[in-house]
Design a protein around this ligand. Structure first.
Ligand code: KIV
Ligand code: NA
Length: 275
């Protein structure tokens, strides 16, 4: 399994880090087989898999349930689990309680938190506790209700400078990686140069040290909204729909199950059965 040190080495060598979300056992297994460097059990779980309107509905228990499945499916891959909405705000006790539960019960390698500012103290708190932390700057889906939706962040020189300073502060607080979501590529490049820990972009251009995408977007699985910055590399949604249509029609027409799919009793048992 790759470690945070390996990821930092990859950054130095200019070797791209590939991160992908995963929410269950088979997707984690497939991702590991495909050579994904790092898996993220994202709270995008809420929209992508559980059918919620936003990530704000996702609970610590949801993250643990899915985090455990991913860990079991990808034993040799670095797994990051998102701390969900409001689970790292309020008191230090509350934050530590959620973090320790998620970290211990899932067997994750790191936890991810959204935001700069006061969250930077939380990054330090968790790191000092022994929990590696991935920071997340730029568009912060957990704050979308306050920010007024999902918009590209850091477009003005002032906002960009604040984000660079936040990134530097995240590294100083002990963060092992930074996810940069939906920021101009020029800013993502600046941030990547300003810190020595790897930056992982999503909607942040090609200049980051790695990329992350949502599993279901990458393979076109599901009917949720697909953002502009996504490229689909397979179309399993169409394959699944076609397969399920064929299954339906095979049962209706009596083509399935065939003799090949059935079990039989021996002749002498039948005599007894029918009397
Ligand atoms: O929850 C998630 O999927 C994420 C990634 C998009 C970075 O946080
Ligand atoms: Na997330």
């Amino acid at each position: 399994m790759k470690s945070t040190t390996d990821f930092t080495k990859m950054k130095k060598l200019g070797e791209k880090i590939v991160m992908l979300t995963a929410y269950d056992h088979p997707s984690a297994q497939l991702a590991e087989e495909a050579g994904i460097d790092c898996l993220l059990v994202g709270d995008s779980l809420g929209m992508v898999v559980l059918g919620y309107e936003s990530t704000a509905a996702v609970t610590v228990d949801d993250m643990i349930h899915h985090g455990k499945a991913v860990r079991r499916g990808a034993k040799e891959t670095f797994v990051v689990v998102d701390m969900p909405f409001a689970s790292y705000h309020g008191s230090e006790d509350r934050t530590l309680e959620s973090a320790v539960r998620i970290f211990q019960e899932t067997g994750a390698n790191a936890l991810k938190l959204e935001g700069g500012g006061r969250v930077i103290d939380t990054i330090r708190l968790l790191t000092e506790t022994g929990i590696p932390v991935v920071a997340h700057l730029g568009l912060l889906p957990q704050s979308a209700a306050v920010a007024g939706g999902y918009k590209v962040q850091g477009k003005t020189a002032e906002a960009a400078e604040r984000l660079i300073l936040d990134a530097i502060a995240c590294e100083a607080a002990g963060a092992c990686m930074i996810v940069l979501e939906c920021i101009p590529y020029q800013l993502a490049e600046q941030v990547s140069k300003a810190v020595s820990i790897p930056t992982i972009g999503i909607g942040a251009g090609a200049e980051t040290d790695g990329q992350v995408l949502v599993f279901h977007d990458t393979v076109k699985y599901g009917n949720h909204h697909i953002p502009k910055f996504v490229e689909a590399f397979a179309d399993v949604g169409t394959d699944i729909r076609d397969g399920l249509k064929r299954y339906t029609s095979a049962v209706k027409t009596g083509e399935f199950p065939s003799e090949a799919h059935r079990f039989a009793m021996k002749e002498e048992e039948l005599v007894t059965l029918y009397g």
